[in-house]
Design a protein around this ligand. Structure first.
Ligand SMILES: CC(C)(COP(=O)(O)OP(=O)(O)OC[C@H]1O[C@@H](n2cnc3c(N)ncnc32)[C@H](O)[C@@H]1OP(=O)(O)O)[C@@H](O)C(=O)NCCC(=O)NCCS
Length: 162
C-alpha cells in the first residue's frame, strides 16, 4: 500500500492485534454514539467483538495516542464507519484511504456508509475522497427514526476480471 499519505510519525494499526489501544478506542467510539447511532460499549465486550471475522478495523496512532479509527463491516456489504479524536486534521481522509486499500485486498466491489443528514462534516469528507452521494434512507434507533444519506465508493467495476 502507498503509505505516503500517512506522516512519518503516524502509524497504521490493526486494532485486532494491538490490545494497547483498545481502551482509547472504546472511549473514542463512545464519545460519538449519537452520530454513530449506537449504544456505548465496554472493554471486555469490545475484546470479544474484535475476534469476529466479519469486521476489519484500522486506526491511526501517533506517540501511542489513537487519532482515529475506521471499521469495515464485511457482512454488511462493505459498510464503513469512522471517527477521529480531533476533527479537521485530515485524519478522516487518511482513514478512508486506508480502509479503501483493506477493502480492495478483500476483493470488495464497493464500500459505503450511512451518514446522518445533518452530519455535514462527514458528508464533506466522503465527497472529497471520491465517494458518491446516493439515496436518502431511514434508520430506526431507540424507537426513533433518523434520516441519512448513503455514500458509495466503487472499488472495482462490475464485470472486470479479478
Ligand atoms: C467524520 C470525521 C471522521 C472526519 O474526519 P476529519 O479528520 O475531521 O476530516 P478531514 O479533516 O479529512 O476533513 C474535514 C472536512 O470537513 C470540512 N468541514 C468542517 N466543518 C464542516 C461543516 N460544518 N460543514 C461542512 N464541511 C465542514 C472541512 O473544511 C474539511 O474539508 P476541506 O478539506 O475541504 O476543508 C470526523 O469529523 C469525526 O470523527 N466526526 C464525528 C464522527 C462521525 O461523524 N463519523 C462519521 C459516521 S459514518
Amino acid at each position: 500500500m502507498d503509505k505516503n499519505f500517512v506522516s512519518k510519525r503516524m502509524k497504521i494499526i490493526d486494532l485486532k492485534k494491538e490490545e494497547f489501544f483498545i481502551e482509547q478506542y472504546v472511549n473514542l467510539r463512545n464519545s460519538y454514539v449519537k452520530l454513530l447511532l449506537t449504544l456505548p460499549v465496554n472493554i471486555s465486550e469490545t475484546k470479544e467483538w474484535l475476534k469476529r471475522n466479519d469486521i476489519e478495523i484500522r486506526g491511526l496512532a501517533q506517540d501511542n495516542v489513537l487519532l482515529g479509527v475506521v471499521i469495515l463491516y464485511l457482512s454488511r456489504d462493505g459498510e464503513i464507519a469512522f471517527f477521529a479524536k480531533q476533527v479537521n486534521k485530515r485524519i478522516g481522509s487518511r482513514l478512508l484511504k486506508i480502509i479503501k486499500e483493506v477493502a480492495k485486498e478483500k476483493k470488495l466491489k464497493f464500500i459505503w456508509a450511512w451518514v446522518l443528514k445533518d452530519n455535514f462534516i462527514a458528508q464533506r469528507v466522503f465527497e472529497k475522497n471520491g465517494f458518491v452521494r446516493g439515496e436518502i434512507s431511514e434508520r430506526i434507533y431507540n424507537k426513533k427514526e433518523y434520516r441519512g444519506i448513503i455514500f458509495r465508493r466503487v472499488l472495482r467495476k462490475q464485470g472486470l476480471s479479478k
